[in-house]
Design a protein around this ligand. Structure first.
Ligand code: SAM
Ligand code: SF4
Length: 325
């Protein structure tokens, strides 16, 4: 079964936010920590798995667990295990800041986790502390070294003007030495990122090529997202570019988002959502069909494109940590 939206795009990928909490305070995402949601507002792992089973029956077959920081929610591997048992689910991946990944890696891989993305914006300790508010760089690097080779690993770096513009060249060394991809993501004008400035990926590529020489496009099968991959000569892994702002890729968007409070979110840029939590908890029968109808409704609500180039039209006013990135 495949599910198409109004613009003919196949929707087969869902990002699941399991918490709005985090153990870092990235300046573009969650610079302050007040106002977290009470646990009873969050979907339980069983409720999430139920929603995912309905989504899978409609053709959504790859899922990514995110947050906030997903690994600060207790027993994340239980959710991985539940999802891996759902018929029709082909891939369960995780996006994490990596701080707790090393210590949870065994449990997550045992549960069947298929891949992990680690968000890491710099290899410089002082810069890392300035961006995230914490001194955790060594722990994150330890996690990356432990995970590489055991699982497909991607490093995601958001490049901010005047903050870590010099980070890409050093971060790329991870893809030279280890079997992993390093990707650069343009900062989006969402939440605390609204007033900050991104570095266009064309400039990042120029910096990489100046240091490592001409790159060639890497045509191996891509992941679930819009990244374009290139490879400098002699690199083990690839360099990826997710040009969310300067390279609009909405025509190939394949995703739906599920927030930690159980709302389906058709597009990152707009605040519109389709709530599921009441249906999951109202005690009325035929939940499967009612949730499937809501998933179809959210797919049909997907807009043609984001409007990040006209910031005044962005209607999503929550922090990225509340949405899942
Ligand atoms: N805590 C986990 C992590 O950092 O990977 C998962 C949640 S985080 C919200 C997911 C991704 O969103 C991270 O890679 C982060 O860098 C990215 N992100 C957060 N705010 C962003 C923004 N305004 N523009 C672009 N990416 C952003
Ligand atoms: Fe936490 Fe991830 Fe947001 Fe950083 S980007 S504050 S690690 S949720």
């Amino acid at each position: 079964m495949t599910m198409k939206d109004r613009y003919g795009r196949t929707i087969n990928y869902m990002r699941i936010s399991v918490t709005d909490r985090c153990n870092l305070q990235c300046r573009y995402c969650m610079p302050d920590v007040n106002g977290h949601l009470p646990m009873d507002r969050l979907l339980t792992y069983e409720e999430i798995a139920f929603v995912c089973a309905q989504a899978a029956s409609l053709g959504i077959d790859r899922f990514r667990i995110t947050g906030g920081e997903p690994l600060v929610r207790k027993d994340c591997e239980v959710l991985v295990d539940l999802l891996k048992q759902v018929p029709g689910i082909r891939q369960v991946a995780l996006t994490t800041n990596g701080v707790l990944l090393g210590e949870q890696l065994d449990g997550l891989t045992k549960a069947g986790l298929d891949a992990v993305n680690v968000s890491l914006d710099t290899l410089d300790r002082a810069q890392y502390r300035a961006i995230t508010g914490r001194d955790e760089l060594n722990r994150v690097l330890d996690s990356v070294y432990r995970a590489a080779g055991r699982l497909p690993v991607k490093i995601n770096c958001v490049v901010q003007k005047g903050i870590n513009e010099d980070a890409p060249v050093k971060l790329a060394t991870l893809a030279r030495e280890l079997p992993l991809d390093v990707r650069f993501i343009e900062l989006m004008p969402i939440g605390a990122g609204t007033d900050l400035e991104t570095v266009p990926n064309t400039e990042v590529l120029a910096m990489i090529e100046e240091q490592y020489g001409k790159t060639v496009e890497d045509a191996r099968p891509r992941g679930n997202g819009p990244a374009v991959y290139r490879r400098p000569d002699g690199f083990t892994g690839r360099i990826g570019f997710i040009s969310a702002v300067h390279g609009k890729f909405c025509s190939t968007c394949n995703r739906m988002r599920l927030t930690s409070t159980g709302e389906l979110k058709p597009c990152l840029c707009y605040g519109d959502t389709v709530p599921l939590r009441e249906i999951l908890r109202d005690g009325i029968a035929e939940k499967e069909e009612r949730i499937r109808a809501k998933i179809r409704e959210a797919v049909m609500m997907k807009p043609e494109a984001h409007c990040f180039e006209h910031r005044e039209n962005v209607t999503e006013h929550r922090k990225m940590a509340q949405i899942g990135g």
